[in-house]
Design a protein around this ligand. Sequence first.
Ligand code: ZN
Length: 388
Amino acid sequence: MGLGAHKTGFVWNERFMWHITGIAAGVVPAGGFVEPGLFHIENETAKRRIRNLLDVSGLLGQLEQIEAESAQLQDLRRVHTDAYLERFQAQSAAGGGEVGEKAVVGPNSWEIARLAVGGCLRAADAILDRRVANAYALVRPAGHHAEPDQGRGFCLLSNGCITVEYLRAVHGVERIAIVDWDAHHGNGAQKLYYADERVLTISVHEVSNFPVDSGELAETGQGEGAGANINVPLPPGTGHHAYLAVAETVIAPALSRFRPDFILVSSGFDGSLYDPLARQMAMSETYRALSATVRASAEALCNGRLLMLHEGGYSEFYTPFCGLAVLEALSGIRTEVEDPFLAHLSKPVHSIRDEQAAVIEAAAALAAQVPTTTLRRKNTHDTSNQRS
Ligand SMILES: [Zn+2]
């Protein structure tokens, strides 16, 4: 073990911030009656401010910095089709355009997206090699909406799924759980692993936000993957205590039953109550609690192997406090920073409403049905042999 073995790893590269999404109002390009002068809502500011707050809080210096390097084509090919990769590369080389639904590409986006994937892979290496205890990759562009043959929802390459396939192919990791708490559905992982019993996918998101046609409770996996896909489609307005209930009654029990060898988190902060792209009411403490839950699960189940990949989060002023809370929870280091926005929140927004409780109870029932591992079945069998 090296000196950083007990530290939390952190991936950052200034290049991630140079992915250009253009001039737009929200997600609508400027032009016609849309006055120019604003940037596309998926721009670098919120992410850069997370890193800046980590810096001024003093936490950044206590994290193990992990250098990103461009992912190999063979890494991307484990998830994406050649046709899509060629189209993306060509579009980027041509100076920009779209490579799927709400998937804007600028000049150099191809190179930057590959660098972002490479950062995720190096973080996975560092965790598997025990150079760090766990890690957070503050990458951009995000990945959880990207699909094998198209970009979607500001996501160009599937950072998470490419990492899963890398863990399997290069490190021989067998069972991987993906916990996605971005406010939008983790459609990419669901699509790829719907029939795969070795990847548990859990997505906690706002119902019918994006993509509008996926992420329902009834989507539970198929074939060998039946029961290994859990959606928690929360109604708009869901706040802190409902998220805590999801952590305690859905995420933790599902992970315990599944017994992963590695936990990946798609970490988006667009469920915060200040976010312009969702209508949820989470706060920094919510993300701290979610992080503590998955960290505890990782330590109990898989030697602490936990990698968080950054996804959405569009409140420029609030996202940094969510990011800091997560990095504090991952590293176990509490800085002197207090979230100054907490004083402005009122209690009622955080209570659990009946329609939220109904969804959480239904998801908890699914968590209680997650297929248990072969290993556990073998152990049970062994135990009965010893008894007989
Ligand atoms: Zn999102």
